[in-house]
Design a protein around this ligand. Sequence first.
Ligand SMILES: Nc1ncnc2c1ncn2[C@@H]1O[C@H](COP(=O)(O)OP(=O)(O)OP(=O)(O)O)[C@@H](O)[C@H]1O
Ligand SMILES: [Mg+2]
Length: 247
Amino acid sequence: MKAELRVENISVSFPKTGQILDSISLHVNQGEFVSIIGPSGSGKSTIFQSIGGVLLPEKGEIFLGDKKITGETGHISYMPQHNSLLPWRNVLQNVLLGQELHKKTNLDEAKSWLSKVGLSEYEKAFPHQLSGGMKQRVAFIRALISPASLMLLDEPFSALDEFTRLDMQKWLLSIWEKEKKSILFITHNIEEALFLSDRIYILSERPAKIVKEIKVEFPRPRNEELLMDDYFQKMKKEIFAELKGSR
Ligand SMILES: Nc1ncnc2c1ncn2[C@@H]1O[C@H](COP(=O)(O)OP(=O)(O)OP(=O)(O)O)[C@@H](O)[C@H]1O
Ligand SMILES: [Mg+2]
């Protein structure tokens, strides 16, 4: 299968912090769900900034299909880690932003997704009136309805409690199975990565290298019973040990 996204040997350094990414290569196949897991501050969000084109790596190239997109914005839909909602736009206007950038807005689609995540009553509310979890849901819907076929999600559920998180994970899987988007997902949470992904990349401490690539072959559709599965628990322990060893 032809990879939809290919990141080839990218390296990034910042003047004060020094080298952050050390020759990172990864790929996401068409329709695949891939996660990146790694220590705090290792450079995960920096990888996304490079793929999103807001940061130009000093070395390496990034391809979407056959097209070289290194340093170019506008090719993928990107949910950044920290609140990216525009404070002067209400919820509905924020959600429509991703489509506006592609000059193709669909008001009904935006409203119907807001309703599915329980935010119908907040269409006219402004970001400062929302909780952290609600803001995450708005930013997530914005990324989802953007027409790009690859979504980058940077810890999208970190502000949610355990139960809401599980609901959102199941919901994300059900949408992903229907919409056939390709997803690259950052998380700190080993269980979340295992539950959602087809493959997981484990990063080292800074400067980040990929220390391991793990295939996750649990059948789909997956539900929460998987979390109790012996083999699931075994993989969770292995990834934990791998992360501990990479510190
Ligand atoms: N624009 C920048 N200028 C200088 N240093 C930066 C810049 N952006 C990120 N860094 C540094 O790069 C390192 C990696 O940051 P990054 O946000 O990629 O880590 P992360 O793995 O996403 O961390 P977390 O898990 O906490 O989200 C950090 O030490 C950070 O201070
Ligand atoms: Mg980050």
